[in-house]
Design a protein. Structure first.
Length: 70
């Protein structure tokens, strides 16, 4: 994850991950933690952090829906 590996090492790791459920599970857990840390670094008012839309975006969507329905 930290450095590039030669192609034969990458192929060996890929094959191992296809076979070893424990290493594959660990890799997935690392990805979850990495994504959680990235979200932690976002500003408080960033919509990506809250998982919801900003009020301005909600209003634009409402307006667009009203225009389509008329």
């Amino acid at each position: 994850m930290d450095a590039s590996l030669p192609i034969h090492h990458r192929m060996m790791i890929t094959m191992h991950l296809l076979i070893c459920k424990y290493c594959n599970r660990f890799r997935k857990q690392l990805m979850i933690l990495t994504n959680a840390i990235r979200l932690e670094k976002l500003p408080e008012d960033d919509p990506a952090r809250s998982g919801s839309l900003s009020n301005a975006t909600r209003e634009r969507i409402k307006k667009a829906l009203r225009e389509v329905s008329h």
